[in-house]
Design a protein around this ligand. Structure first.
Ligand code: NDP
Length: 399
């Protein structure tokens, strides 16, 4: 019987854990381990009727020794890291020490500087290869499904992909003037960072939110979207042969942008510590404490997400365009699992990626991004586990 250790018990983890329990043939036994054990116990309680055997534990995932001890006592076949990007390397170190497969949904981030790059984790390639284990990086939706979409487009529809635009639209409304739909600290670090895109083998840098486009999203409608740097541009730039340009766009509502600008202007989004009455405070961490917990947004969020990829290139010498996307309804996610669609669209692929490893459909020794594997079984699983995808062979292109 397969065993999975899931680290973290926030918005994304609670979806992945519930999906593992729906899939008890693959996930026979799981351990939920996080900083706050009461959250793990509450989720275990909610899942009382599940066939999957559930254990819980307290762990500080910044501490490799604690992680090694936990892994040695539970002996999982895979560790699914759904804590924060700061913990990626300590968890990878513990996986190396115990020769256990690893999977995450976000690249490692040092606490003091926002980078969104894979260099630290790619530096583990030889160590994982030598240990005979695999690490699957970035297996959420974006990164994650977007990489699987790219591998699928390459395998079935193109000889060469020259242009790729990743469009991430959240048409949901939670009714708050300002809230983030995943971890506020990571979300705000991401959107306040300078933008960039990959062109002709190198990065082109932009100011934050400098490039804006409007797009008419299926089942959502017209939205403004902004070019951001995003980590999968780096891996796709390396893994898609002949690619000339990759861009990433995300939609933001006017209220979100106005609040963010104001918070930024007064210094509340800074990650540089300040001294306040003798106490060291990181403004962004303090702001996080004030904002609604994304895990609680589910009940009040209505509307849909639409996330997908538009590819342009050639097949048999003929030019071709191809758009593949998923539409996810916030309220449907809430009805099924008590979560909003952002956690849902990240947690489901994390479960599927772990299933690919546990069932041997994805095999390898080393550190991999998802586009390096066969996309077909993952694409089938998306349809089966709640994230069906739609193809469009004559999409509107982004100028
Ligand atoms: P949350 O903040 O809701 O959850 C994070 C969880 O990790 C919490 O349970 C938290 O514990 C736990 N945690 C934090 N630090 C530690 C630690 N040192 N030791 C043990 N546990 C710890 O975040 P989300 O669920 O929204 O996001 C989870 C991950 O998913 C993030 O890395 C995020 O970047 C990524 N993500 C990826 C996406 C994609 O498409 N690829 C999209 C959205 C998110 P506590 O409860 O005590 O705070």
């Amino acid at each position: 019987m397969n065993k999975a250790l899931i680290i973290g018990c926030g918005g994304v983890a609670s979806v992945a854990i519930q999906k593992c329990c729906q899939n008890s043939d693959v996930f026979g036994e799981i351990m939920i381990a996080s900083r706050t054990k009461s959250k793990c116990d509450a989720l275990k309680d909610k899942l009382k009727g599940a066939k999957t055997i559930i254990h819980t534990a307290q762990v500080d995932a910044d501490d490799t020794e604690q992680l090694i001890e936990l892994i040695n006592s539970f002996k999982p076949d895979i560790v699914i890291n759904l804590a924060l990007p700061y913990q990626d390397l300590t968890i990878m170190d513990a996986c190396l020490a115990t020769k256990t497969h690893y999977l995450d949904t976000a690249n490692y981030e040092p606490r003091d500087v926002a980078k969104f790059e894979y260099s630290w984790q790619w530096a583990y390639r030889d160590k994982f290869r030598e240990a005979g284990i695999m690490a699957v990086l970035g297996c959420g939706f974006d990164p994650g499904v977007t990489g699987v979409f790219a591998a699928y487009a390459q395998k079935h529809y193109f000889d060469t992909i020259e242009y790729l635009d990743i469009l991430d639209c959240n048409g949901g409304d939670h009714g708050y003037p300002f809230a983030t739909n995943f971890n506020p600290e990571i979300n705000i670090r991401e959107v306040t960072a300078p933008g960039s895109y990959w062109q002709d083998g190198k990065w082109v840098h932009t100011k934050p939110m400098e490039i804006k486009r409007e797009y008419d999203f299926a089942q959502v409608g017209k939205k403004d979207m902004y070019l951001l740097h995003h980590e999968e541009l780096e891996s796709l730039g390396e893994n898609l042969n002949g690619i000339k340009r990759i861009r990433f766009f995300m939609t933001f509502g006017q209220s979100y942008l106005t609040h963010l600008k104001c918070l930024e202007n007064v210094g509340m989004t800074s990650i540089t510590p300040i001294n306040y009455n003798g106490m060291e405070i990181i403004p962004l961490e303090f702001l996080k404490a004030l904002l609604p917990d994304p895990a609680t947004l589910g009940a009040r969020t209505v509307g849909k997400t639409n996330i997908g990829c538009i590819f342009s290139g050639y097949k048999n010498g003929e030019p071709r365009n191809y758009y593949v996307y998923n539409v996810c309804d916030h309220q449907e996610c809430y009805k099924e699992l008590g979560s909003q669609a952002i956690s849902y669209t990240t947690g489901v692929p994390a479960m599927i990626g772990a299933m690919m490893v546990l069932t041997g459909k994805w095999k390898g020794e080393g550190v991999f991004n998802v586009e390096e594997f066969d996309p077909d079984p993952f694409m089938d699983a998306l349809n089966e586990w709640g994230l069906p995808w739609v193809e469009d062979f004559a999409p509107t292109l982004v100028e």
